[in-house]
Design a protein around this ligand. Structure first.
Ligand SMILES: Cc1cc2nc3c(=O)[nH]c(=O)nc-3n(C[C@H](O)[C@H](O)[C@H](O)COP(=O)(O)OP(=O)(O)OC[C@H]3O[C@@H](n4cnc5c(N)ncnc54)[C@H](O)[C@@H]3O)c2cc1C
Length: 378
């Protein structure tokens, strides 16, 4: 893969740098509500500037950027220390899933408010007894005239408290084999029959929630990809999750590493060969991650959709981020273990990295079976 920029790519980078210099995201405010409002406003500004769906095709309101241009976009966002937009799940997971499986009416109805952050999306996949083994989920949907009535419980649903729409996978045929009896719906969250209870994490934030769904209604035109086809549609969402987010996250990782190296230099720790060795290891891992993320982009370029390689990026990222944030207290000092500081936040938040978006064990299985072609575990 050629990683040097063309004239057009350099022009896009310069235009974006100029825009970011004129439109800084500003300081992250304290508190969940204020933080979300800030990220929503940030996405609105990106949208007004034509930068919200940079990787989306022009016909869907995006910029139609090539994969290399998309990579440049994420790198520049990282460099400017811009936050993830509020509707990250809609932009990176929901929109691309609709583009593959949605009808023209669904795309027309849903894609514009995803881009503008007018309607926030969440992902209702996990349940108390169905996480890694998603296909064993129990939430069920029954037909009722043209509509569906859904009952069940979801858990760890990020951003559900702000969401208008939930990408919901439910069982529609209890007699079919477990992967076959599933359907992918868009659930309207604004109804009494859907109760959202925030779950407070180790960081003190309530990023995710429990969903209690009791006979909620879903209109017949909110089935995505056909009744009984939910497993395949869900896989499209998961592949996009690992590939799309991975690119943004590796940029953020590099920033954190730069900050850690600055802290080490300021404290005179770089002269200690043990410190230099650990930082060198993190540097190599981060660089390998960056190149692997680029390789993932070239797979999308070839096949039109992300492949299982995204699992490798997500696994390497979570492991490296955990190593890095665990090293920080040694170099930054007690401040990095004091509640409320940026380093302690990073340290605590990193614990969930090897669980969210697929646990490391599951990603290793995918890499072994689908990238390396090793025999299946079961
Ligand atoms: C910060 C965060 C945000 C999240 N946001 C969302 C969200 O928005 N929407 C959503 O639907 N979910 C979300 N999740 C849930 C996440 O997808 C699940 O936690 C994850 O899929 C694991 O499922 P589980 O927690 O049920 O663990 P389990 O599946 O019960 O796994 C328990 C342990 O067993 C291991 N294990 C399980 N099966 C195997 C196997 N076959 N081989 C080897 N080891 C195995 C796992 O690796 C893990 O260590 C979020 C999680 C976190 C931490």
């Amino acid at each position: 893969m050629d990683l040097s920029f063309t004239e057009q790519e350099t022009a896009l980078r310069d235009e974006l740098r100029e825009w970011l210099a004129a439109n800084p995201a500003g300081e992250r405010p304290a508190g969940d509500e204020a933080d979300f409002a800030w990220r929503r406003d940030w996405q609105r500004r990106l949208h007004e500037g034509g930068w919200a769906g940079v990787h989306w095709p022009v016909e869907y309101g995006g910029r139609g950027a090539s994969l290399m241009e998309t990579a440049i976009f994420f790198e520049e966002m990282g460099r400017a220390r811009a936050p993830l937009p509020a509707n990250v799940l809609g932009l990176l997971l929901g929109g691309p899933t609709l583009m593959v499986w949605g009808t023209d009416e669904q795309k027309e109805r849903h894609l514009p408010p995803i881009l503008s952050a007018e309607e926030i999306w969440c992902q209702g996949f996990s349940e108390p007894d169905a996480g890694s083994d998603l296909a064993s989920l129990k939430t069920r949907a029954k037909p009722d005239g043209d509509d569906w009535v859904v009952t069940g419980q979801k858990v760890w649903t990020s951003a559900a408290q702000w969401s208008k729409w939930c990408m919901l996978v439910a069982r529609t045929d209890a007699d079919a084999p477990k992967h076959k009896g599933l359907t992918y719906f868009l659930l309207d969250m604004e109804q009494q029959e859907v109760q959202v209870r925030p779950l407070v994490q180790i960081t003190g934030e309530a990023e995710f929630n429990e969903l209690f769904i009791e006979e909620a209604r879903i209109s017949g035109d909110s089935v995505i990809g056909g009744v009984g086809n939910g497993w395949k549609v869900a896989l499209t969402t998961l592949m996009n999750e690992r590939a799309g987010l991975g690119f943004f996250l590796q940029v953020r990782l590099r920033q954190l590493l730069d900050e850690l190296m600055d802290a080490a230099a300021a404290g005179g720790a770089l002269d200690d060969p043990r410190v230099a060795d650990r930082l060198g290891d993190l540097y190599v891992r981060t660089e390998v991650l960056r190149l692997t993320a680029y390789r993932g982009l070239s797979v999308i370029e070839q096949y039109g959709q992300p492949g299982p390689e995204g699992s490798l990026v997500k696994w390497l990222w979570s492991e490296t981020n955990q190593l890095l944030t665990q090293l920080a207290p040694d170099l930054v000092g007690p401040e990095a273990l004091t509640a409320g500081t940026p380093w302690s936040y990073e340290l605590l938040r990193a614990r969930g990295n090897s669980i969210e978006g697929g646990t490391t064990e599951i990603l290793k299985n995918i890499v072994a079976e689908r990238v390396l072609g090793l025999p299946r575990a079961r």
